[in-house]
Design a protein around this ligand. Structure first.
Ligand SMILES: [Zn+2]
Length: 514
């Protein structure tokens, strides 16, 4: 797959408040996937950004007593700062107020109009301003939005432009029949199939008399309904419509990574919007679960925000990325807490990765003058580690490819455990006292170092800093250097390589979190 393109997007966030841990949870997952593919030689384009034209942003600005434009500029910069701090390796941070995006949205609407997919009609119904979504009575739970029970649903009545969603009902059914993995995991796909079974209705795509938003082409008294603006960021990011060569290279997207509360928009509206604009569909929408903290969904409206800046300060960037990806598998909802993060940090990062790497390097310093020893003749304990490494490589690859990052990390943890066991079983410190067993000592330490090197390589998508430090300490090129197929196999570590002493892998560990 080396050289193949891979285009990955995340949801774009409303900028009606500060970023929270739940925003970074999705970014960290996407970043792991982007790095995973980059490391394996694919040409990756990774898009993240902010959704700025929503009335919820305008309201928040008014509440803050700031002009809307200045407010969204300031908050968007905070989302970008959080992504940068968390080392999210995006290629573009798109803002839906960017001029190329506005042009892209207007081009879509012109195409829909040309295709007779837009008509003027009166809308009467329910609207959740936090979701920025129209709802039927049957969508509500006890008369409230299921995602925002604390925010009253509004009743709207106005003349709007409508999109002929019903025209695409059969095409969508065909899509899910012929391409079942268009939306994964299965539990989310079944939800989408349920909506399709119940039948679709045309949807309002404009709002009247809003000052904030993208004007409807030729009808500036209407602004584009925010979702029919926001979704289009994925094609704007790929170069539509101003850069056809770039667009041809990157579109369609390989994966849209989104949360389960917005799957209707991505799995029903978005493919219909693209069909109506006569553009190819993305290959896959991956719908992740929600991260909860102490049993409560993290969200602004739940009044339950965990600060991603403080979290990165507390656990370190690698530590918080690791904790979130390991404790909150994308494929389901997950409950996390500071206690869970502490436990993972101590057990797996500090004592697992940190200690095993430190021990290995210290013994090579002490018994091999700081050089990777000869491979020696592997005995049974070393053979077990070598087998475990082969298994870890295969298990990790299979899990990460499916975005099961918690399982993928688990495979690495398992490999490092076998290294620990190798040292317990063979006692290199005893072998070092017996000159006639020098060959066994070599074999054991080579095996430990090689397993640590492989574990370090595999960690790069999740904890890039730690992974880079492990490579450096072992005298290896960066973990994302070209040549994955050459380095991601047993025996690539050259005997004689000088290892480098250094500080602990987790400088923050000295705080002795407990
Ligand atoms: Zn809502």
């Amino acid at each position: 797959m080396s050289g193949q393109k891979f285009y990955l997007t995340t949801a774009i966030d409303y900028v009606n408040g500060q970023p929270g841990l739940h925003h970074l949870y999705e970014r960290a997952g996407a970043d792991a996937l982007a790095r995973f593919h980059r490391q394996r030689g694919r040409d990756v384009y990774f898009l993240i950004g902010t959704d700025e034209n929503a009335t919820t942003n305008e309201k928040a600005a008014a509440e803050a007593g700031e002009p809307t434009r200045a407010f969204v500029d300031r908050l968007s910069a905070e989302f970008k700062r959080a992504a940068d701090l968390w080392q999210i390796s995006y290629d573009r941070f798109i803002r839906t107020t960017d001029p190329d995006h506005i042009a892209s949205v207007q081009e879509f609407i012109r195409r829909w109009i040309a295709n007779d997919d837009v008509y003027l009609s009166k809308y009467e119904g329910l609207y959740c301003t936090r979701c920025e979504a129209f709802y039927e009575e049957s969508d509500l739970v006890d008369g409230k939005c299921q995602w925002h029970p604390g925010v009253p649903v509004e009743r709207l009545s106005e003349e709007n432009y409508f999109f002929r969603l019903t025209k695409y009902e059969q095409a969508l059914k065909d899509l899910y029949r012929t391409q079942p993995d268009f939306c994964i995991p299965e539990i989310r796909r079944n939800e989408v199939l349920g909506w399709l079974d119940r039948g679709l209705r045309d949807i309002s795509i404009s709002r009247r008399n809003l000052k904030w938003g993208i004007p409807f082409p030729d009808h500036p008294e209407h602004t584009v309904y925010v979702w029919f603006d926001a979704l289009i960021n994925y094609v704007t990011g790929a170069g539509f419509p101003h850069d056809p060569a770039r667009f041809a290279k990157w579109w369609p997207a390989d994966v849209h990574l989104i949360g389960k509360d917005i799957s209707r928009f991505h799995c029903i509206y978005w493919p219909a919007m693209l069909l109506a604009a006569k553009l190819p569909l993305p290959k896959q929408v991956y719908v992740h679960g929600h991260i909860e903290y102490g049993g409560q969904r993290l969200s602004k409206s739940a009044g339950n925000m965990i600060d991603p800046f403080a979290s990165a300060e507390e656990w370190g960037v690698d530590g918080i990325r690791y904790a979130v990806l390991r404790a909150a598998p994308l494929e389901r909802d997950a409950d996390v807490s500071a206690e869970i993060f502490n436990r993972l940090f101590n057990a797996e990062l500090a004592n697992g990765v940190g200690n095993t790497v430190q021990r290995t390097l210290a013994m090579i310093e002490k018994y091999c003058a700081g050089r990777i020893p000869a491979t020696g003749k592997p005995g049974t304990p070393e053979q077990r580690v070598q087998d475990a490494a082969a298994r870890a490589l295969a298990d990790h690859e299979a899990a990460a490819r499916e975005l099961r990052f918690s399982d993928a990390i688990g495979a690495i943890v398992e490999l490092l455990r076998t290294v620990d066991k190798l040292y317990t079983d063979t006692k290199p410190w005893e072998l070092a006292k017996q000159p006639e067993r020098e060959d066994t000592l070599s074999s054991v330490l080579y095996t430990g170092a090689e397993a640590v090197r492989l574990a370090g390589l595999l960690l790069w998508p999740y904890t890039p800093g730690v992974s880079e430090r492990i490579s450096e300490r072992l005298g290896q090129p960066r973990p994302d250097a070209p040549g994955w197929d050459r380095v991601a196999r047993w025996g690539a570590l050259a005997p004689g390589t000088q290892v480098r002493p250094g500080e602990g892998l987790f400088p923050r560990l000295e705080l002795a979190r407990a």
